[in-house]
Every structure is written in structure tokens, then in C-alpha cells.
Design a protein around this ligand. Structure first.
Ligand code: ZN
Length: 338
């Protein structure tokens, strides 16, 4: 009897894997979104962008990053840097839907020209989206400006400040700028040339560029990539008030998720400054603003950084932080426990 039972069992086991395999394949078709390549509506870069792309390619080869594929990307271009290079950005998704308050992530790289690894990082993100576009990404808008401060990046020895020696992360028109920006720079930073906020707020085209991107796309979150402070910082709505609580809660959850997905990357509450993006967008306008400080500006480590932070970026792009979305029942329960 025992033997027969075993035999039956064996024949049952033999036939099982086939059924299981078929079921799994059928499920896979349902569950995994179809991976497609992102198709540009029209790839028709203007003359100055085409010329600029050659310059980008040359610099990429110089840093050992291979070709930038810049000319194969459909760029937006409205204004130029102080020296006349186009300030370019790319937008994934259907821009006409932005009026419906669709979830929009804005990613900014190369704000400080001597922090070069973030620039390659933004291009890696663009390549990733082109090659792995799926229905999850197409539900939202993703806006990426990979070289916010080209005049500094293209120097033989890249600098932090722009061509007019102004730190474009201290030149945003924040409410405290007139009273504090220059005063703090002189007193606390002893007139450190690397942090000069300018003579007046919003004096630099690279800052006007960022301000206009924020006005145009009304992002539900911003990720600004820098180096080398090795941390993740957040500026934006907190849990202090009821109104801010919902976005603050969601943003805090995303901050934790991004850190976890990057092997427990250090989260640090770094202060914001008069004229900084974190102050302008996060503090004053309530847009969750994440600053990702990569561990180094060493051009050779670009692959390592993309591999480390790719899952964190995927999580950030898919995390809907819109303030007009009701919280799910689960989230509400969690919120009460804080
Ligand atoms: Zn920086």
C-alpha cells in the first residue's frame, strides 16, 4: 500500500510542475507591465541643442562615460546659460495632462558644476526610462534637467559657482533673501567665494530656468542630485499641521523607502539657506524636495552610484505625493499611530 501511495504521489508530482509553470506564465502576463521603449512624439532638436549635444558627447568621453546619446533624446529648450549654452530638460509623459494635477517628479542635476557624477546620474536615469518605460511610468510626468549649470561643468576645471561666480543654490527668490542672504554669507561663511548668493535674488538665468520649470510643471516632488556629502536630505511639508500632514506623511515614508532601497543610506536633516532650492520649493511652496548627495564627484564611480540608487529612484518616481489625493484606510490608521 505504502509503495502504491508513493507511486501515486510521484506521478502526481511529475504532472504538477507543468500545471504550475503554465499558471505562473499566465499570471506573469497579467502582473508584469509590458516593457516598452519610450517613443518621442518628435525628435527634432533645434540647431543650438544639436551643437550642444556634440559638446556634451565630448565631455562624456573625456570623463570616461562613453557617448552621451544626447542627440537621441528629445530636449526642451527655452533659455540659455550666461555663456549661451542651452538649458535643456526632458519630459516623459503627456504634458497636456499636467492640468489634471497628475503626479509629477522633477529631477535636477549639475546645479553645482564641479559635482560631476550627478550629471551622469541624470543621464543614466534618462537611459533607464527610455529603455524600461511601462504603464506605471506612463501614468505620470517625469521631468529631468541633467545639466542645470553648464558654464561651470564645461570649464577645464569645473567650479561650483556659475560663470558670474554666483552659487545658483543661494540665488532663489526666497522671502528671507533680502534680509539674510548676503549678511549670512559675510558673517557665517566669511565671504566664501564658493557660496556667493549674488547681489540680488533671481539674477541668474540658471535660477530663472529652475523657477520656471517649477511654475510650468507644478511638481508633486523634486529630487536634486548633488555630491559628495553622502546623505539624503528632505525639505518640505512636515507633520506639524493637519493640512500639511498628509503630504508630510507620504514624503516621510518615501524618504525612508529611498534610504532603505539604497542599503540604508544616511538620512540627515541638513538646514536650508536663504536662496536655496530647499527653502524656495520645500519650505515656502510645500513641494517635497529631496536632496540626494552622492558619495563622491569621482567620475570613475558613476556605474556604482547608478546601481546603488536606481531602486531608490524607481521608488521615488512611482510614489504619488499629490496633496489632493485622499489617504487610503491603511495609511490613515498609520497616521493616527504617529
Ligand atoms: Zn552641490
Amino acid at each position: 500500500m505504502g509503495q502504491k501511495a508513493d507511486k501515486e504521489k510521484t506521478s502526481e508530482q511529475k504532472s504538477l510542475p507543468i500545471i504550475v509553470e503554465q499558471k505562473t506564465k499566465a499570471e506573469q502576463v497579467k502582473l508584469i507591465p509590458k516593457k516598452t521603449r519610450y517613443e518621442w512624439e518628435n525628435l527634432n532638436n533645434n540647431k543650438s541643442v544639436k551643437k550642444y549635444c556634440k559638446k556634451v558627447d565630448k565631455k562624456f568621453l573625456h570623463w570616461g562615460w562613453g557617448r552621451s546619446r544626447c542627440k537621441n533624446i528629445s530636449w526642451h529648450h527655452v533659455r540659455n546659460s550666461v555663456l549661451g549654452d542651452p538649458l535643456i530638460w526632458v519630459s516623459f509623459g503627456d504634458e497636456s495632462r499636467k492640468k489634471n494635477r497628475i503626479d509629477t517628479t522633477m529631477v535636477l542635476c549639475g546645479v553645482h558644476g564641479d559635482e560631476i557624477t550627478p550629471i551622469k546620474f541624470c543621464f543614466d536615469l534618462i537611459y533607464y526610462l527610455i529603455e524600461n518605460y511601462n504603464e506605471h511610468y506612463s501614468e505620470r510626468n517625469i521631468v529631468i534637467a541633467p545639466i542645470v549649470n553648464p558654464d561651470s561643468f564645461f570649464k577645464d576645471n569645473p567650479t561650483r559657482t556659475n560663470h558670474r561666480h554666483i552659487d545658483i543654490n543661494r540665488n532663489f527668490p526666497t522671502a528671507d533673501w533680502n534680509d539674510l542672504a548676503v549678511k549670512l554669507w559675510k558673517n557665517r561663511y566669511r565671504s566664501d567665494k564658493r557660496r556667493f548668493p549674488g547681489k540680488s535674488p533671481l539674477s541668474e538665468p540658471e535660477v530663472v530656468f529652475q523657477v520656471n520649470l517649477i511654475k510650468r510643471y507644478k511638481p508633486s516632488k523634486i529630487i536634486s542630485v548633488h555630491a559628495p556629502l553622502t546623505m539624503l536630505d528632505y525639505d518640505g511639508p512636515t507633520l506639524i499641521s493637519d493640512v500639511e500632514g498628509v503630504v508630510g506623511y507620504k514624503a516621510n515614508a518615501l524618504l525612508k523607502s529611498m534610504s532603505q532601497k539604497a542599503k540604508g543610506y544616511r538620512v540627515k536633516d541638513y538646514p536650508f539657506f536663504p536662496g536655496s532650492l530647499g527653502n524656495y520649493a520645500g519650505n515656502e511652496r510645500g513641494i517635497p524636495t529631496f536632496t540626494l548627495e552622492l558619495p563622491s564627484s569621482d567620475n570613475r564611480r558613476h556605474k556604482e552610484f547608478w546601481a546603488l540608487f536606481k531602486p531608490a529612484l524607481q521608488s521615488a518616481l512611482l510614489h504619488d505625493l499629490r496633496d489632493d489625493l485622499p489617504l487610503s484606510a491603511d495609511t490613515k490608521t498609520d497616521l493616527n499611530n504617529i
